[in-house]
Design a protein around this ligand. Sequence first.
Ligand SMILES: NC(=O)c1ccc[n+]([C@@H]2O[C@H](COP(=O)([O-])OP(=O)(O)OC[C@H]3O[C@@H](n4cnc5c(N)ncnc54)[C@H](OP(=O)(O)O)[C@@H]3O)[C@@H](O)[C@H]2O)c1
Length: 337
Amino acid sequence: MSRQPKHLAVAGATGAVGVEILKCLEQRDFPVSELTLLASARSAGKTVSFRGKEVVIKELTPDSFAGVDIALFSAGGGISKAFAPHAVAAGAVVVDNSSAFRMDESVPLVVPEINPEDAQTHPGIIANPNCTTIVTLMALNPLHRAFGGVRSVIASSYQAVSGSGAQGIVELEGQVNAIAKGEPLPERKVYSRQIAFNVIPQVDVFLENGYTKEEMKMHHEGRKILHAPDLKASVTCVRVPVYRSHSVAVTAVFNEKPTVEAARAAIAAAPGVHVIDDPAADIPLYPTPLDSTDGDDCLVGRLREDLVLENALTFWVVGDQVRKGAALNAVQIAELL
Ligand SMILES: NC(=O)c1ccc[n+]([C@@H]2O[C@H](COP(=O)([O-])OP(=O)(O)OC[C@H]3O[C@@H](n4cnc5c(N)ncnc54)[C@H](OP(=O)(O)O)[C@@H]3O)[C@@H](O)[C@H]2O)c1
């Protein structure tokens, strides 16, 4: 990476992902010459600490990007669509965490451990993939390469409430506290059902085919990232009362017959992903969402040959979706630039 310091802007700097982006920039010693922090008018004037200095948050406007080299967007798709073109026009490269541009043919969709070369050609915008897709592909990509290509995926996700932004955590916490005190539940603002002590088999809106928009992301984005145009994915996304880190139970069918031993070796050799898998241990070993929380790496366990489908493996993968699923991945893309 060029260590030439950059003028960075973070749009959505007060959100779950924005706060984590600042943490990643600090921890990775990203060379920053100037930092512009942007959010809504509600946050303008507040300060945030970065490398020991207080930085004042400004309201995001079309004129926010003068002199900016790289603009990291994490304020939702509508904001990205409205303001990313202004950032590009001002000469910045946008790394966008929303779904606004992911399926735009000219916009690369990048996981730096998987397809870093795709970031080399871009129209001023590079998209960060969906968080559940990133966590799944971090485990799937080494297997895709080891076993002649992945043909299909059947997966169920267990998605943390922080995936809904800072307000998802507030809603879970409020409900847990009310239940513990025997009080009525506070008014729901994020989820259609109670999330405390419950699971909700809906993440995002339903589409005509009966899948949700979130579920179809793995199908469409997986094809684009892996350069596997025939890949099919059937996914069920479920919101669970976990603060942070998404988990995914995956069955993947490959062109060549996989073995568990070769799968473990392939994952062990890949960057950013580790195997934690010993069912024979006194306390059987496998990763849980708490194990990946605040960590950079995705963790894989429960690897086994699938009993139903031929040439298939079934496994479990967890990853911190605010971090590797969003903030860290975006900062890694900025490092590629
Ligand atoms: N959370 C995750 O795990 C995750 C993972 C992958 C991708 N993403 C994507 O990342 C983006 C941000 O998600 P998040 O979870 O960080 O959401 P969040 O916690 O709700 O934060 C939203 C951010 O956007 C800002 N914002 C809202 N309206 C705005 C406006 N009109 N003008 C300027 N800024 C505005 C908010 O500023 P104020 O504080 O001033 O309102 C806040 O900084 C979304 O596109 C999401 O899909 C999230």
